[in-house]
Design a protein around this ligand. Sequence first.
Ligand SMILES: [Zn+2]
Length: 234
Amino acid sequence: MRLFEAIVNANHRAAAGDPGAGLHPAEFAAALPVVALTCYDPRMHPLMPEVLGIAERDFVWLTNAGNIVPGPWSGAVRSLALACAVHEAKEIAIIGHNDCRFFQPGRYFLARRLQAYGMLLGAAATKLDEFLRGVTDEAANVRTAVAHVRESPLIPRPVPVHGLMVDVASGKLDWVANGYAAAVGGPASVVDSSPAPPAAPDSLGRAPAGPPTPDLTGPLDFKIGGELPPIGGG
Ligand SMILES: [Zn+2]
């Protein structure tokens, strides 16, 4: 079992009431530290990194509004890339959370507007959430974020990029995307630095296409910390 599979397994056992549930980080030393991008919702503070079962020293924490990754060259991805390069993070996790205000602006602002008139949504809020789910899906946002990070040339291919959701009330973790399957070469701890063997020509004798050339016209203004400073950084 690999690191994040063990994390989710231990988290589920703890949620089910198993007093012996827990992670043994020493067994996964080669996969640590990890870097996680979460929403900056204050409800995340008591959860991270405790729900992962790893120590703070093994946890590089980036936050932004709604853990949104707008594209493969975005500041969020650059900060994740720097976490891998500078802090030697071995695995990446995009961790969304339920009840995220950035994915329910309609409900949030409507509820506030109605409150101003002395009206409370109460149980009707749930119905409104269901109605808005098509544009307020936190898990879909995590899937998009994982895809942008995974396709970014800035992120080393062997680094697994996981997607998870955490329940802010219970701390329960759920998979959105298991990054081990998509990572090339397995966990970063087994990075093979030897040059790749030449690929064979295809059936028409054409030379194989090389790896895609990075778009160097994109923004390359690396900034230490970028727009996503780690919480608690001195
Ligand atoms: Zn949020």
